[in-house]
Design a protein around this ligand. Structure first.
Ligand code: NYM
Length: 212
């Protein structure tokens, strides 16, 4: 019998593309339609590893670049048992950032290849759908000042955006690009049109392994 697992849906994009707002709206819409759904986000700053990452992002600590990349990945792996359990229970997970942010941000640093950055996340639960909230760096700049965390400069975000473009060429991942320059409702409506088919597919296909 086909399993009735939940779908694994990821929202990605550069900083300030509106991912968090859209994840919340999507979960709310799914719940209103009677579909069990929960939001997750990476990094999950609540775990011991997540606290190390959070201190690094807030510039309260320094970590060597490879080390912090592996911590971001470890932070995903430590949540895998929880994710699998929820999916098996039929809960759809709407995830704010995933391995793609991991690769895009680290590989935007000098001396990091896409390949090296992808390795630690190989085999993670594969999203049924990854929606990229597309916002070019100039539009992002119009949304006001960046915050004070690490990586929050327009030059770095531009490099991150280019890395995402490279990642989106990989047809083994179900990427959909959403125009994030629209207003909140417009983006939400686009997201909803893309998720229509995902549930049937997820119910009839076992959870895959990312980049394998
Ligand atoms: N980030 C996020 C990484 O550098 N690697 C990762 O694997 C992930 C998931 O952390 N600038 C970066 C992207 C963001 C920051 O910000 C997390 P937020 O506001 O918690 O999404």
């Amino acid at each position: 019998m086909a399993s009735k697992r939940g779908a694994l849906i990821v929202l990605e994009g550069v900083d300030r593309a509106g991912k968090t707002t859209q994840c919340k709206k999507l979960v709310q819409a799914l719940l209103e339609n009677g579909r069990p759904a929960e939001m997750m986000r990476f990094p999950d700053r609540s775990t011991t590893i997540g606290q190390l990452i959070s201190a690094y992002l807030e510039k309260k600590s320094d970590l060597e670049d490879h080390t912090v990349h592996l911590l971001f990945s470890a932070n995903r792996w430590e949540l895998v048992p929880v994710m699998k359990k929820k999916l098996e229970q039929g809960i759809t997970l709407v995830v704010d950032r995933y391995a793609f942010s991991g690769v895009a941000f680290t590989s935007a640093k000098p001396g990091f290849s896409l390949d090296w950055c992808m390795k630690p996340d190989e085999g993670l639960p594969k999203p049924d759908l990854v929606m990229f909230l597309q916002l070019n760096p100039a539009e992002a700049a119009l949304r006001g000042q960046f915050g004070t965390e690490r990586y929050e400069t327009s030059a770095f975000q531009k490099a991150v955006h280019e890395r995402f473009e490279q990642l989106m060429k990989d047809s083994s991942v179900n990427w959909k690009v959403i125009d994030a320059s629209q207003n909140t409702e417009g983006v939400h409506n686009d997201i909803r049109t893309h998720i229509l088919n995902v549930f049937n597919e997820a119910q009839n296909t076992p959870l895959g392994e990312l980049w394998r």
